[in-house]
Design a protein around this ligand. Structure first.
Ligand code: AQP
Length: 332
């Protein structure tokens, strides 16, 4: 079966609606068609200042959210990145395959480092995309389901895989990004010109899946819309309304066209009210499932340990082959 790999950072107390609709939700069906590897990328999470106790808690919460979103540890390999040391090991080799200028062109790095200033920006943040290259190549992934903001990092992965293969002989599968256009960029509720983001959104602009559903409903009802009155999907003229239509459609399974028809002649207020309802219907049982997993941390840790064993079986083979290709003398 073809392979798929993706990861998500445990950098907040909950995933947000953008993470869910842009990425996690796309991961679920791959469990039936692909050999699927999904991980909580805690190595990536320490590229910015963080609190150790919080990171440990957030790693468990993240795993619980992934299971509650429909991942099934019997049908995919779900694990924590730091449990598989091969990620950091392969990342070193990939660092040595990546040009400094090439890494410096990554827009996510440019945005984040500009905000933090050069003295506070870590070298880890700079090489974050290269660690991601290693994450993907270790599993010989064919496809990488992500949101639009990650496209450039998957392109970098393709370039480096091709470079390595051309230099040392065919070693890595060259992966393709898998991006679902409709939900690839869920925007901030208060500023539809930016993506909904853990680090850049204000509390009113972001919907976290584990927030109080009533508070989330209120955020939807006070989302910034646009001048005009017509409920119509138009990302240029009506980015706020289009975002609400996208969220409704993704959560309710109703097509955008059907929603436009349903709201014809009605105002933005009606749309917001209904999106809020659809959201509450989704997050309420989701939160119950998350609590269920968190109530039994020993079982959750055991699930992650089994996932790490399965992941290492694949990762160690790729690392050994890579070490051999670059000319490291094998230990006897
Ligand atoms: N607004 C979004 N719309 C669609 N997809 C999104 N993703 C993130 N934001 C949106 C996708 O979620 C996955 C997990 O990404 P991550 O944990 O690496 O976080 P990120 O991409 O850095 O985005 P965040 O969560 O908002 O964090 P910050 O604020 O740090 O940038 C990825 O597949 C991503 O594309």
């Amino acid at each position: 079966r073809p392979r798929v790999l993706s990861g998500i950072q445990p950098t907040a107390d909950s995933f947000h609606l953008g993470n869910y609709l842009g990425a996690i939700r796309q991961w679920v069906p791959f469990q039936d068609s692909h050999d699927a590897f999904y991980m909580v990328v805690d190595l990536h999470a320490i590229t910015v200042p963080q609190d150790p106790k919080q990171l440990r808690e957030r790693t468990r919460i993240s795993a619980a959210e992934l299971l509650a979103a429909g991942l099934d540890a019997d049908r995919c390999t779900l694990f924590v990145q730091s449990h598989v040391p091969e990620h950091a090991q392969l990342a070193w080799v990939m660092n040595c395959m990546t040009g400094f200028g090439e890494a410096a062109r990554m827009t996510q790095f440019k945005d984040k480092s500009a905000k933090q200033g050069t003295d506070r920006t870590t070298v880890g943040l700079f090489t974050y995309p290269v660690l991601q290259v290693a994450d993907i190549l270790l599993y010989q992934a064919d496809a990488v389901p992500v949101g639009e903001d990650q496209r450039q990092h998957v392109e970098l992965t393709r370039d480096i895989a091709q470079r390595f293969n051309a230099t040392f002989g065919d070693t890595f599968t060259v992966p393709k990004p898998f991006i679902v256009k409709e939900t690839a960029k869920i925007v901030d509720l208060q500023d539809p010109t930016i993506k909904m983001s853990k680090s850049a959104s204000t509390p009113k602009g972001i919907v976290n899946l584990l927030d109080d559903p009533k508070a989330s409903a209120k955020k939807i009802r006070s989302a910034v819309t646009d001048t005009g009155t017509e409920v119509r999907f138009d990302e240029t003229e009506k980015p706020g309304v289009s975002n609400l239509l996208t969220i409704h459609s993704a959560l309710s399974g109703t097509s955008i066209a059907a929603l436009e028809e349903r709201f014809a002649g009605r105002g933005y207020g009606d749309l917001k009210k209904e999106v809020a309802e659809v959201l509450v219907e989704f997050v309420t049982p989701f939160q119950e499932r998350v609590r269920g997993y968190l109530d039994d941390p020993a079982e959750l840790d055991a699930v992650l340990a089994r996932g790490a064993d399965k992941a290492r079986a694949v990762a160690s083979r790729t690392l050994a082959e890579t070490y051999d290709r670059v000319g490291f003398l094998p230990p006897v």
